[in-house]
Design a binder for this molecule. Structure first.
Ligand code: SAH
Length: 371
């Protein structure tokens, strides 16, 4: 039997160096050349790698490949936001969103097919959890977006920031998310600084501590409520890791990583978490701490029971926070017309009933990775 060819996409530098040494008897600089071809020059086949010796390329063909996910659909919003759906299997997809802004381009990527966190206001939660993405599938989203954007535009607009704010809970897929982030920051990978790679979590406390020891990126935390009673309801993981524990982990992270601040995300839900006393309670939690608040207008999706707070309420909420010494900003909603806004990613390849049926038939639901 022919052994399966190793997918080089997503292999961290040290592993790629080990691979070329062990399988091909090649020097470490070959690994560096390969990385440049794969990430900078977006090569998907070895034949195109013109500065590699012909026999080395042939050898590579035999033992390795560069496999990227398949794009099933691309949508472009009237505001320039792009959304790609990538095939994961017959019924499920994941979504990746590119948000162009003056002077920067943010790619919002997914870490799992579905999500197990069950936040009540998020469309991804409705489909449940299917599986973790591999490192190649995570890095592949950046690879594809990079290729599509370069092909589509002459003005050189590219990816300057990567955020794990698509589908899934990145810290529940720690094992694959961390190597992917290393490639985003590797100077032979996407060469992004640690402040331009943001991991957003619903609050998996043990993994925040682990991350503090192992990987230095910007941290965003989905807070959404200033007290445990309300957060238990909106973000169920709070029942396991309540606010005090979560905040302690955040301050530890900043301390350990010598970071600037944690960005706390706060979705504005009409009549639920948007009263002035909520803002004051939040200020008491965060004042004097390395924290910023990002208020996210709620984005509706089919079947939700929530509504977005009125603009005047959001503005007042922000002002109260600012008056109490906490920096708060309002996130501008992007890509709403193509269901690409925060919390709207659903990954429907086919009709929803088929997704459920498919999952049942294949028994493909597996429990989240436990730390
Ligand atoms: N699981 C991670 C990252 C995914 S979501 C996390 O929870 O942080 C990225 C952000 O979008 C989170 O802050 C999430 O709470 C928010 N979000 C989810 N659903 C939303 C919706 N319908 N409207 C606005 N923001 C939403």
């Amino acid at each position: 039997m022919i052994s399966e060819r190793v997918n080089l996409l997503g292999l961290p530098r040290a592993e790629l160096e080990a691979f070329v040494a062990e399988r091909l008897g090649a020097k470490p600089f070959r690994a560096r050349q390969l990385m440049k071809w794969i990430y900078r020059r977006r090569a998907a086949d070895f034949a195109a790698m013109s500065d590699l010796a012909q026999d080395f390329r042939l050898q590579l063909e035999e033992v390795a490949r560069i496999a990227v996910p398949e794009i099933i659909a691309q949508q472009i919003s009237s505001d320039g936001t792009r959304k790609w759906m990538l095939r994961m299997d017959e019924v499920q997809g994941i979504e990746t969103v590119y948000i162009p802004e003056p002077g920067r381009g943010t790619l919002c990527i997914s870490s799992q097919v579905g999500c197990a966190m069950d936040c009540t206001f998020c469309a991804t939660a409705q489909q449940g959890f299917n599986r973790n993405l591999s490192v190649a599938e995570i890095v592949g989203q950046v690879w594809l977006a990079h290729r599509e954007l370069t092909q589509a535009r002459a003005d050189g607009r590219t990816i300057t920031n990567i955020v794990f704010m698509g589908m899934g809970e990145p810290l529940a897929n720690y094992r694959n998310v961390v190597p992917a982030m290393r490639i985003f920051m590797d100077d032979l990978g996407y060469d992004l600084s640690r402040r331009r790679v943001t991991l957003s979590t619903s609050g998996l406390v043990p993994q925040i501590y682990k991350l503090a020891d192992e990987c230095n990126v910007a941290l965003a935390v989905s807070l959404h409520a200033p007290n445990d009673a309300l957060r238990d309801e909106l973000v169920p993981i709070n029942r396991k890791h309540p606010i005090a524990e979560l905040l302690a982990a955040c301050w530890h992270y900043i301390d350990k990583q010598n970071g600037r601040s944690v960005t706390f995300e706060y979705v504005m839900l009409d009549g639920i978490n948007d009263r002035p006393e909520h803002a004051r309670a939040l200020a008491r939690l965060l004042r004097g701490r390395p924290a910023k608040l990002n208020l996210i207008p709620f984005n509706a999706f089919a079947g939700t029971r929530y509504r977005c707070s009125p603009t005047a309420t959001i503005v007042r909420f922000r002002d109260i926070l600012n008056e109490h010494g906490v920096i708060a900003t309002i996130r501008r909603t992007r890509g709403e017309d193509i269901d690409a806004a925060c919390g709207q990613l659903a990954g429907r390849v086919k009709d929803r009933t088929l997704v459920r049926l498919g999952a049942k038939l294949t028994g493909s639901r597996v429990p989240a990775e436990v730390p």
